[in-house]
Design a protein around this ligand. Structure first.
Ligand code: MF3
Ligand code: CO
Ligand code: CO
Length: 275
């Protein structure tokens, strides 16, 4: 049995129950998510060949500090960086380091700021210089997957409708959906119920209700869907070393559909892609 409850009355931990948030929470999430979106906007002018992912990490930390926000990943389950930077065949949770980005790389930058206790979680893909056509196509397909998932969010439908929309489009484009990681409820907690799968059937999952807040963050591969985690305990890579991409939004379910809290105020939701 799925239990929904008023977020104000809910225990401040993941109990598996689904929190329904009110107007004040939506306002708080809007602010946190827009700060994250502005950071991701700024990174468009920073990502370039020769720049290290540690430099990107330092920017994300400083931008947060300048705006009264803390990166949620810092000291999260032993993770020690302010962002995840996932390059080429890295699926997610890439750890920033001193290696420079190279022309032709594609890098996902995933930022979560905590502002006034609210978590704004979003990521985008950034082409480094000029990229190959196959890589550009993967970015286009993956962003379209995210937006088709977002379009499936409405009260009364099940969360499985999100995954079904994503899987259908990804596979029609001869790409595959990573199964090992999913979207998640978010709010005062970074990772909360429910899990949002990026594959499956529209009649699966839980019913969406107004006031639910969660992320949609499909990871799409050019090759097979299988991943492995490297010995650092974090970095997830494709087993076949094919290219992988991911975009992430935080959304809130409304009476008519959803509000996308992490949309770019500058229209930079798909850095480096036309449109
Ligand atoms: N931001 C990631 C997400 O979308 C989570 C990163 S957790 C970390 O859920 F510890 F790897 F940083
Ligand atoms: Co997330
Ligand atoms: Co994220």
């Amino acid at each position: 049995m799925v239990i929904y409850l008023d977020a104000d009355a809910a225990p401040a931990r993941n109990t598996g129950q689904i929190k329904l948030y009110g107007d004040d929470a939506f306002a708080g999430m809007r602010k946190a998510c827009q700060l994250t979106a502005r950071c991701l906007d700024e990174l468009v002018g920073i990502v370039a060949p020769g720049v290290t992912t540690d430099e990107i990490d330092r920017f994300v930390f400083a931008f947060g500090m300048d705006h009264g926000a803390l990166p949620a990943t810092l000291n999260y389950r032993g993770y020690t960086k302010s962002t995840c930077t996932s390059i080429n065949h890295v699926v997610c949770h890439g750890i920033p380091d001193g290696k420079p980005l190279r022309e032709g790389d594609i890098v996902n930058i995933d930022v979560t700021y905590i502002l006034d206790g609210w978590h704004g979680d979003s990521s985008r893909m950034y082409p480094v210089g000029t990229i190959k056509r196959a890589a550009e196509r993967l970015l286009e397909v993956t962003h379209e997957c995210l937006m088709r998932g977002v379009a499936a969010v409405k009260p009364g439908a099940r969360t499985g409708a999100i995954g079904a929309a994503i899987q259908k489009f990804a596979e029609a484009e001869r790409c595959s959906v990573v199964r090992d990681f999913c979207g998640h409820g978010v709010g005062r907690l970074f990772h909360d119920a429910p899990n949002i799968l990026h594959y499956g059937n529209a009649n699966e999952g839980v019913e969406m209700r107004p006031g639910m807040i969660f992320t949609i963050e499909p990871m799409i591969n050019l090759g097979r869907p299988h991943v492995k985690v490297l010995s650092d305990g974090w970095t997830a890579v494709t087993r076949d070393r094919s290219l992988s991409a991911q975009y992430e939004h935080t959304v809130g379910v409304t009476a008519g559909g959803c509000e996308v809290f992490t949309l770019s105020p500058a229209g930079l939701d798909r850095p480096g892609l036309p449109g």
